[in-house]
Design a protein around this ligand. Structure first.
Ligand code: ATP
Length: 242
């Protein structure tokens, strides 16, 4: 049984249909990169899976349990965590307080404040600093740490590189490497195609609310991905690689 099964998912922002009939399955331990141009529907899809945005049609099953209408806190309790675009930390609270709050919402497991500090050593000295005073890289590490504190089975990362310098992006990905190899199931939205193809086992490319290309990262050529990304040529589901 797959960990996550999304069937014919429709998600709207008012009249605008941001996600159109999207279906896919993700197995335990996979790393999937979700790519696509601005406005393709990536953030909306992740938010719908997390329960942060209502679903207009279709179904979501997690670990065999239907969660389509479950509120987000229940999904966190089942093991679904989202690191949202823009991090959304409690700016007036310390790093430790942000992490502790998440613990209360999630499941029991290996992730503790100490484990987060080990994964992101740059946070150690900032543990009692208010989140609003942190650098971009420290904020992103705190946002990822907060999601980890819920002990997720599925971790979704929405553009963790956004607004960070190349050096800091390297550091964040170096810390993520441990997660990527530890068996945590991950969906990550990444604008840097080279990085996405490097870290992910599979790639989904969205265009105008649909998944127009999916395949194993090792099997996809840069040309195929670029065509799907920009909606050039005939890249569609027919072009999906086995
Ligand atoms: P980006 O890389 O810019 O975050 P994305 O692929 O994540 O893009 P979404 O943010 O999911 O795309 O947006 C999908 C569509 O939904 C876009 O047309 C966008 O304008 C629209 N949209 C997103 N959020 C809202 C909102 N709060 N209200 C109305 N329309 C929205």
């Amino acid at each position: 049984m797959s960990l996550l099964a999304v069937e014919h998912l429709d998600v709207r922002h008012g009249l605008l249909q941001a996600v159109r009939g999207v279906s896919f399955e993700i197995e335990r331990g996979e790393t999937v990169a979700l790519i696509g141009a601005n406005g393709a529907g990536k953030t909306t899809l992740l938010r719908a899976i997390a329960g942060a945005h209502p679903i207009a049609g279709g179904r979501i099953k997690f670990n065999g349990t239907e969660v389509t209408r479950a509120p987000s806190y229940q999904r966190v309790g089942l093991g679904i965590a989202l690191v949202p675009e823009g991090r959304r930390l409690f700016a007036q609270m310390s790093v430790e307080e942000n992490l502790t709050l998440a613990r209360a919402a999630g499941r029991a497991g290996a992730w503790t404040i100490e484990a987060v500090m080990e994964a992101f050593p740059n946070l150690r000295a900032r543990r009692h600093a208010r989140a609003g005073t942190l650098s971009g890289g420290e904020q992103q590490a705190t946002a990822i740490g907060r999601a980890l504190m819920t002990n997720p089975e599925l971790l979704m990362l929405d553009e963790v590189s956004l607004g960070l310098s190349p050096l800091v992006v390297e550091r964040v990905y170096a810390s993520l490497q441990m997660l990527l190899t530890s068996g945590t199931t991950i969906i990550l939205v990444e604008q840097d195609l080279t990085r996405a193809l490097r870290v992910a086992g599979r790639v989904f490319c969205m265009l105008e609310g649909k998944i127009v290309l999916e395949g194993r990262a090792a099997d996809l050529t840069r040309e195929q991905v670029t065509e799907a990304y920009f909606g050039l040529g005939k890249a569609g589901r027919e072009a999906t690689l086995p």
